[in-house]
Ligand binder design. Structure first.
Ligand code: NAG
Ligand code: NAG
Ligand code: NAG
Ligand code: NAG
Ligand code: NAG
Ligand code: NAG
Ligand code: NAG
Ligand code: NAG
Length: 460
């Protein structure tokens, strides 16, 4: 077909679709080229949610945080990681400048992903998601920023080092990181799996990348803590978290797929770093089995804690994509899991694209993948999920993540993160009046959280 005829045909198809109110067939992912074309459309639709490069808007973030817009700060950090993987997997560099601009704008004064604008909801997990995207950039030789700007590896190290600092570790619950960073934040008294999971994941990846044992020791210690405190049980179920005033014995048993994903990819890196040790092989294998069992019924990604009744928060509506990307990436550093993992991811991706027939453009992606039809749900998370699932189908066609010894070009900094804000100087301890006020705020927030999500934790 000539381009002219092809365009006419497309226009006719669109008209038919509009007239019937029924969309065309869903996307194809039958060939490498189909996968690339499909991923390109989904990436484009995802970026329609991003306004950060428009005049007067803040680079790097999605509209938010609530109530200013739907998205918390961390989710944009996760989006840049999704787009770095998109570039790596498809070779499409259209968004690379946008990624670099956004990721550099948000580094904050300590160059450690703690920008003052987001202090009021700054968790170790929020910071961790940006750090993991910087790590991904280093591992894939994503174009290095100009020399006078912070470098990807140094940014990942800064996030890790601030989290390894003694300020962030105490003896409650026998160790571990708290959810929130500033002590005045609601949720400072909660120690949870995702905060510790991001720290573990970064430690394992920095260990493999730099071959520096200090990072691996922290990763090992975090894994041991998770098992000891019961946030990961002996069947490899990973639970949400517990409160320090109960020594973390009041475990919230909600299970979210991103917790499994973040530990799974970290465990794969530890397996690789230890040259295939039996200990990490067995941990990884068990975690893969548990993850497929809990979160992939009928070989399709399913957010078990909230999907059935669609009680997922905006955060939770983005977890499936991370799990797909992280499991796919894990097969590159622990190839022995590939035969078990990749066929499931493929089936799940097929279900995912089958939902992309929604809204006016006939291709908006939904959330309930197992139904294989558009379910009326839309957002940046839903687009990001399907983008992660589709682009990850190309994982066996791209090079594994590099290390400092195998071609990595990103410059590190052993002192990264040492100019960080420890939140001690700026905020004097609260007076009695402030405390009473803070207590009321906590109660109001707790009531609204309980009212909205019942027993479930809000996760990130
Ligand atoms: C913002 O980025 C999008 C996606 O790359 C691009 O289409 C658009 O032209 C950019 N807008 C401006 C003002 O740079
Ligand atoms: C912080 O918020 C101000 C005001 O909205 C904005 O101009 C600035 O770019 C933001 N900084 C970051 C790092 O997002
Ligand atoms: C808190 O729990 C840890 C296990 O996570 C246990 O070793 C420690 O003794 C407990 N501390 C108290 C005060 O109960
Ligand atoms: C893995 O093997 C390499 C090459 O033999 C060695 O240099 C390295 O120390 C080993 N790593 C570990 C954690 O044992
Ligand atoms: C570690 O990862 C590399 C890819 O970078 C892979 O070739 C190697 O087989 C992995 N090691 C093990 C023990 O699986
Ligand atoms: C899995 O498939 C079975 C049989 O078709 C069905 O009953 C069940 O609801 C499916 N599970 C999910 C989570 O979709
Ligand atoms: C990475 O390798 C280079 C040489 O290729 C070396 O100069 C540098 O110190 C290494 N960095 C780390 C963190 O090991
Ligand atoms: C290993 O990493 C730790 C933490 O960043 C750092 O203090 C130490 O100097 C590093 N060791 C080497 C040999 O680079």
């Amino acid at each position: 077909m000539t381009p002219w005829i092809s365009r006419l045909a497309t226009a006719a198809m669109v008209m038919v679709a509009t007239n019937n109110g029924i969309a065309d067939a869903a996307y194809s992912i039958a060939s490498t080229q189909d996968i690339k074309n499909t991923a390109a459309d989904i990436a484009w639709d995802l970026l329609q949610y991003y306004k950060g490069n428009l005049t007067g808007q803040t680079p790097g973030i999605l509209p938010g945080p609530p109530p200013a817009g739907d998205y918390y700060w961390w989710e944009a950090g996760a989006m840049w990681g999704t787009l770095i993987d998109y570039w790596k997997l498809t070779g499409d560099s259209s968004y690379n400048d946008l990624i670099t601009q956004g990721m550099l704008w948000q580094v904050g004064p300590g160059k450690d992903y703690m920008p003052p604008n987001v202090t009021a909801s700054l968790g170790n997990d929020d910071q961790g998601f940006w750090g993991m995207s910087a790590m991904l950039a280093a591992e894939n030789n994503f174009p290095d920023p100009p020399e006078d700007k912070p470098q990807w590896l140094a940014l990942a190290q800064a996030v890790f080092h601030t989290q390894a600092s003694p300020d962030r570790h105490d003896d409650t619950c026998n160790g571990g990181l708290r959810w929130q960073i500033p002590w005045s934040n609601n949720g400072y008294n909660y120690k949870n799996s995702i905060a510790n999971g991001c720290f573990f994941n970064l430690g394992a990846r920095l260990a493999r990348y730099t071959n520096n044992a200090t990072y691996a020791e922290w990763a090992e210690k975090t894994w041991t803590w998770m098992r000891g405190v019961g946030l990961m049980d002996d069947k490899y179920n990973i639970y949400d978290g517990g409160h320090v005033e109960h020594n973390c014995t009041d475990i919230n048993h909600a299970q979210f797929s991103y917790n499994n994903g973040v530990f799974l990819l970290g465990a794969a890196h530890m397996y690789n770093y230890t040259n295939g040790s039996d200990v990490w092989r067995s941990r990884l294998e068990s975690l893969v089995d548990a993850t497929l069992d809990i979160f992939f019924p009928n070989d399709t990604a399913y957010e078990v804690a909230c999907e059935e009744h669609m009680s997922c928060t905006t955060d939770m509506l983005s977890f499936k994509g991370y799990v797909h990307r992280w499991m796919a990436s894990a097969t590159q550093v622990a190839p022995f899991i590939a035969p078990k993992v990749l066929p499931v991811l493929k089936n799940s991706a097929e279900a995912a694209v089958a939902t992309c027939t929604g809204e006016a453009n006939g291709r908006t992606c939904g959330f309930k993948w197992s139904q294989r039809v558009y379910d009326g749900s839309k957002g940046a998370g839903q687009q990001m999920n399907v983008l992660g699932a589709v682009s990850s189908l190309l994982i066996d066609q791209v090079k594994p993540p590099v290390t400092n010894m195998t071609g990595g070009t990103s410059k590190g900094d052993p002192n990264a993160g040492s100019n960080s804000d420890d939140f001690r100087d700026k905020y004097s301890p609260p007076t009695t009046g402030d405390k009473a006020g803070a207590g009321i705020l906590t109660i109001v927030v707790l009531v609204s959280v309980i009212g909205t999500f019942g027993w479930m934790s809000t996760g990130v």
